[in-house]
Design a protein around this ligand. Structure first.
Ligand SMILES: [Zn+2]
Length: 281
């Protein structure tokens, strides 16, 4: 009951906060990039080569983009929504770099490139198949410039009920995916886990509610759109970077000039266009 009250209160704060933001006062469009596998063995559209990744990072570095920690962007959003938190400012041309899934290439190939440019990033990992050695590696990573956050236990579509699955069993299974992954990560990595990336970028009201109940403070989708003053903390969009993106597309996204998904995102629909370009199926 108490948790429910807190939920209601926070929903109210977000609602009133959004109204306090004057029209056009905070016009910003921050892209969050979402990468997956960074490897020479190109295997599907989620794999980009280390060369291309380095080219992306170099472009950001030489064109005065400010790669900021995800935490800073979330703090800024929270400041906009609840004006009692002290001022948070973003630098010019802010951008955030994230990775999804447990590809070893993320820390083996991408992390050294990121370090070269002193760029911070976040890797959303799921806890399935984790061995003792994996945990050892991930504990080491938490001490680097790459933060680790949750991508659930088994990387299932959180909105999909199994055939003949009882509705209560379904709720229980989904809540476990969301809550237990946070608890396991906190225990194994000895750090607070604050963020959840929805597997396949897919979510609904139930999933968002469970994520809040489980203690996450911000949740991330794969809807291709910019973070703006209207962005809700439980459905923060990100741009999945596919291997068929050329530099022209990359520049368009990072410069805030990609409108395809943003329009659809504002309409609040997941139509064909968004699915086609931005879900990590
Ligand atoms: Zn994933």
């Amino acid at each position: 009951m108490k948790k429910r009250l807190i939920l209601l209160a926070s929903a109210f704060l977000v609602f009133t906060g959004a109204h306090n933001v004057k029209k056009n006062q905070y016009r910003f469009r921050v892209p969050i990039l979402c990468y997956h596998n960074i490897s020479d063995k190109v295997n599907g559209r989620f794999t980009i080569t280390p060369e291309v990744f380095e080219k992306h990072m170099k472009y950001l570095f030489t064109h005065n983009y400010n790669v900021i920690p995800l935490e800073k962007l979330v703090k800024f959003l929270r400041y906009l929504k609840q004006k009692n938190k002290g001022k948070v400012f973003l630098p010019r041309n802010p951008i955030v770099i994230t990775f999804d899934d447990n590809y070893p290439s993320i820390y083996k190939d991408a992390l050294p490139i990121l370090n070269k440019f002193k760029f911070k990033s976040v890797n959303f990992i799921y806890t399935k198949y984790m061995t003792k050695n994996n945990w050892k590696i991930y504990r080491k990573i938490t001490k680097s410039s790459m933060a680790l956050e949750s991508h659930t236990l088994n990387h299932v579509n959180l909105t999909k009920k199994r055939n003949k699955e009882d509705i209560k069993a379904f709720y229980k299974r989904i809540y476990k995916e969301i809550r237990d992954s946070r608890e396991i990560l906190m225990k194994k990595l000895k750090k607070n886990i604050k963020y959840l990336a929805y597997p396949y970028g897919v979510f609904n009201g139930m999933v968002k509610r469970f994520a809040r109940l489980a203690g996450y403070s911000a949740m991330f989708s794969a809807l291709g759109g910019y973070v703006t003053e209207k962005t809700k903390l439980d459905e923060i969009p990100r741009f999945t970077v596919f291997n068929n993106f050329d530099m022209k597309m990359f520049k368009k996204i990072v410069s805030g000039n990609w409108y395809g998904g943003l329009k659809t995102y504002k309409r609040g629909k997941c139509d064909f266009e968004i699915r086609d370009y931005n879900f990590d199926f």
